[in-house]
Design a protein around this ligand. Structure first.
Ligand code: ZN
Length: 146
């Protein structure tokens, strides 16, 4: 039973709703266990030679790693336009080119990187919302490795 169908069924007595929610959670738990099992026993190949990507490959589930791989592939649309360094603090401006309805669009993302602590954040907030490192930060980290 699809997730929303289970929730959007007509009003039912409390007992039926409780049983439906128990069934729903059991189904989701079972699916998560199957996903975890597959992630632990098989491996999606890396698309690059990056050590960072290999770390994500071993730490994340297949679904989360697939999201990370999208970010690695999307690095090719990003270039560093500017970098301001003040002590250990670096502020990078990363330009990303995207296509929307056959029109090119450029966006600038500021990535803050601290060379002393290796802390970084990006204004796109992908890590804060999805728990994966964004393409803009990956470009900066690759630059800082040199
Ligand atoms: Zn970003």
């Amino acid at each position: 039973m699809p997730f929303l169908t289970a929730i959007l069924t007509p009003p039912q007595p409390y007992n039926n709703l409780s049983i439906n929610m128990t069934t729903l959670w059991h189904t989701r738990w079972k699916k998560e266990n199957e996903t975890d099992f597959a992630s632990l026993n098989t491996m999606i190949p890396c698309g690059s030679q990056s050590l960072i990507e290999r770390q994500f490959q071993s730490a994340y589930t297949h679904a989360k790693f697939a999201e990370v791989q999208i970010e690695f592939r999307s690095k090719m649309n990003c270039i560093i336009q500017n970098c301001v360094v003040e002590g250990d603090a670096c502020i990078y401006e990363v330009m990303e080119e995207t296509m929307n309805n056959h029109h090119s669009h450029e966006s600038i993302f500021k990535v803050n990187y601290n060379r002393n602590t290796n802390d970084f954040n990006c204004k796109c907030l992908l890590f804060e919302f999805r728990g994966i490192i964004c393409r803009h930060s990956l470009v900066v980290l690759a630059q800082e490795r040199q």
